[in-house]
Design a binder for this molecule. Sequence first.
Ligand SMILES: *[C@@H]1O[C@H](CO)[C@@H](O)[C@H](O)[C@H]1NC(C)=O
Ligand SMILES: *[C@@H]1O[C@H](CO)[C@@H](O)[C@H](O)[C@H]1NC(C)=O
Length: 464
Amino acid sequence: MSHLQCLTMATALILLQALSLVSCSILSRADRITRLPGQPRVGFQQYSGYVTIDDKKQRALFYYLAEAETKPISKPLVLWLNGGPGCSSLGVGAFSENGPFRPKGSVLVRNLHSWNQEANMLYLETPVGVGFSYATESSSYEGVNDKITAKDNLVFLQKWFLKFPQYLNRSLFITGESYAGHYVPQLAQLMIQYNKKHNLFNLKGIAIGNPVMEFATDFNSRAEYFWSHGLISDPTYKMFTSYCNYSRYVSEYYRGSVSSMCTKVMSQVSIETSRFVDKYDVTLDVCIPSVLSQSKVVNPRPQQVGETVDVCVEDETVNYLNRRDVQKALHARLVGTRKWAVCSNVLDYEVLDVEVPTINIVGSLVKAGVPVLVYSGDQDSVIPLTGSRTLVKRLAEELGLRTTVPYRVWFAGQQVGGWTQVYGNTLAFATVRGAAHEVPFSQPARALVLFKAFLGGRPLPEEF
Ligand SMILES: *[C@@H]1O[C@H](CO)[C@@H](O)[C@H](O)[C@H]1NC(C)=O
Ligand SMILES: *[C@@H]1O[C@H](CO)[C@@H](O)[C@H](O)[C@H]1NC(C)=O
């Protein structure tokens, strides 16, 4: 970066309440990754490290930036967030879904459909207590909620721009999946509020995959999904829709008092659906060693088999990110925990926040002119496409948006990539055919087509 550019950036930094003005290239240089262990040679830069998000420097969030493969300066900045709450955007998002590499044994292999072909990809482990992100006092892990997370994410980005002034005012998109159906709209809303005072975030759109947006609609879509895919019998379907639906069960569960009716219904549902079927992708196989050892309830990861999909990628990622040499190369530290984990073991998140709707926030974003894409891997039974489709349609009706692209197929290559519908200029829904809860993991090529169209503000390809 030239001196002149640096000065211009510095001026912009004053506007955003810069803490100090330091020569621009130095700050991010310390975070530059020379090479990850086992990594093939690549032509783009990677950075990772910490941004402290409070003045006492007791809480720090870990990020990983994979710059665009070509012409990073001309490409947008895309923030990616995984859900949980409590799961890692580094381990799941970057290393299993849409990042440039996947761990395989002791090496990293290229992901041929990495999203950094189209954008500079920024992965954030959030909130504190997730992945390599930490707080020095464990009390900071208690009572963390959506509000705290959104605020911390906002502060993170403000401070991250101090390290990377070259990204100031770059087109910015926020993306994510699952519980990020809370994180992403909530963060976008804070950005818009912040922009009213200091125009800092050049927010160009959000995309959320299999997102939790409205508890009852999303969770109660599960029964019909199970039943129509043959995972439960007729009588069990009946019980699961009349005696105890899934939202009631989860509600009772989180309040520590599951009724005997719900216990009975859920136990029958569990027996019939089997733990050897992955609820995050009901059609594909499971990673056997992982299923046998798994006791995670919060967010067990999807694993599935396909020609190019490694069903045990989670185990590979856990091994890789727990290597000392890898942690050193990433400038990562383990604070207050001995092992990096896919989903946090220390975070005590306010679970009842799952019941707070975010579809209304999505509506306010659309009204503010922010393009929104809701997409859905159609093999997921956890947040099924039917619930998301209903919510988006209902929102369009509320906002008085007319259909601009009627429900139709879209193409990836010569095959149908899924179905899509667009309302007005800013609200789009799309399914991804044959995709899991984690769309870019299970259908990487289709996910990349979707991502590219989203960034370009274009409807999905109508023909091949
Ligand atoms: C930021 O980018 C927008 C276009 O996306 C442009 O209109 C605006 O002038 C830029 N602001 C600054 C401070 O460079
Ligand atoms: C789910 O159960 C709750 C509590 O019994 C009820 O209020 C709600 O209407 C049910 N929802 C559906 C979609 O059946």
